[in-house]
Design a protein around this ligand. Structure first.
Ligand code: HAM
Length: 411
């Protein structure tokens, strides 16, 4: 049999990679809790309609990137490509639309059949935040401030810029859509095939195209700002005021449209120039229609998600795993009492290890190999007197310590 490989676009998280990943989740969990968010975990696969309905029939995610399959019972299921749709589905199925607002944090794997490259995978991981049930632009600013604080706590805020935009309300978008169709129809000859297909269905999507020719045309396209209703313009103005109030720096970028169809009003992305083409580390916006699409009542909501792999690439060094203490019994009779000491240390929260076999020399060599910071050496005479020899590998000093005091002395 040929050697088994990980599936294209997937990675193993081992050692340092896993520690970085975990550090990001722990940090985000801690910061989002200070904003009153509670963690949810929804299933990794859902009824395909959870996504096909909500993310937009014309979005790349739905048309090209979903991992959909029929299970043995004949149901069409999809590995979640993102977390927001599942959270909204869960809100409805758990009867929580009557218990608003809900402030949700989540972390976990997502799946998209994209062409893998640096910062882009087929199984990737997100942290995400959703504020559901709040219609005020203060909520938009607050969820963004939470994201910003997470980036600060990770020490990567200086590498990212927050770009904000508005996608207006329904009337703004209807007017803007007509203006875009006019503009793109006049430039039809230069558009890519994908964009031509989007012209009638969802011209806004063209603005998100990565095609070179499309991008040249997009540069001259009208922006939504001339088409905003008074209410939408006021909402956007307030968002910017509140962001300033929270002390979150931002720039406006009228070309942000986001890759999923559920957004209205606020759209934003935290971008970096350090990751090449995949420079969006965190993205989100307002999605007031999504809960209703899942069968719930009209419910305003706003949130974001960030790619853990991309955050990880920006992260400076994370603390290494703590160095262990090696417990070293000398002679067979010392083994059982050494086990008691081993567990005493572990139960006190100290990382402790004991080699399964070997004489004193072999075991000390092994302690060295696993990077132990100290060895607790237990011979029969020490055990009889209730003490141990503690060898500090950092200073080289050796000292006799009463067994009862080992946890305090080694901590
Ligand atoms: P998204 O923009 O599709 O939004 O993804 C959010 C983030 O996930 C991206 O900015 C990126 O960092 C990361 N990401 C996306 N695809 C990949 C990939 N193939 N490989 C690595 N990282 C990736 C959403 O998913 C929305 N649910 C965000 C949201 C929450 N909007 C409202 N609430």
């Amino acid at each position: 049999m040929s050697e088994l490989q990980p599936v294209r676009g997937t990675r193993d998280l081992i050692g340092e990679d896993h520690r970085r990943h975990q550090h990001i989740i722990d940090t985000a969990r801690r910061v989002s809790a200070s904003y009153g968010l509670e963690e949810w975990a929804t299933p990794i696969f859902e009824d395909t309609r959870v996504f096909s309905r909500s993310l937009g029939e014309s979005s790349d995610v739905v048309t090209k990137e979903m991992y959909s399959f029929q299970d043995r019972g004949g149901d069409s299921l999809t590995l979640r490509p993102e977390g927001t749709a599942g959270v909204c589905r869960a809100l409805v199925t758990n009867g929580l639309t009557q218990a608003l607002p809900q402030k949700v944090f989540y972390a976990g794997p997502m799946f998209r059949y994209e062409r893998p490259q640096k910062g882009r995978y087929r199984q990737f991981h997100q942290i995400g935040a959703e504020l559901i049930g709040t219609a005020e632009p203060l909520a938009d600013a607050e969820v963004i401030a939470c994201g910003w604080d997470i980036l600060k706590a990770l020490g990567i805020a200086h590498d990212v810029v927050l770009e904000v935009n508005t996608l207006g309300d329904r009337d703004s978008r209807t007017a803007y859509r007509a203006a875009l169709i006019d503009y793109f129809t006049a430039h039809q000859a230069g558009l890519s095939e994908d964009s031509l297909a989007r012209l009638e269905r969802n011209p806004l999507r063209i603005l998100d195209s990565k095609d070179e020719g499309d991008r040249r045309i997009n540069a001259g396209a009208p922006t939504i700002h001339a088409h905003l209703t008074e209410a939408a313009a006021a909402f956007y103005a307030k968002l910017k005021d509140y962001l300033a109030g929270f002390g979150v720096p931002f720039v406006e970028n009228p070309s942000i449209v986001r890759g999923l169809d559920y957004y209205g009003h606020t759209a934003f992305e935290f971008v970096t120039s350090r990751l090449g083409a995949q420079g969006t580390v965190m993205g989100g916006g307002r999605y007031d229609g999504l809960v209703e699409e899942m069968g719930g009542p009209p419910t305003p909501a706003v949130g974001w998600a960030a790619g853990i792999e991309r955050l990880s690439m920006l992260l400076a060094d994370v603390p290494a795993a703590p160095r262990p203490v090696a417990v070293v019994p000398v002679g067979e009779a010392a083994e059982a009492p050494a086990l008691a000491v081993l567990q005493q240390l572990r139960h006190a929260g100290i990382r402790a290890e004991m080699a399964y076999r070997g004489n004193l020399k072999r075991r000390l060599e092994r302690a060295n190999r696993i990077g132990a910071r100290a060895a607790v050496i237990l011979g029969e005479t020490e055990i009889a007197r209730g003490v141990a020899q503690v060898k500090d590998f950092v200073s080289g000093a050796q000292q006799e310590v009463p067994v009862a005091e080992l946890p305090t002395r080694l901590r």
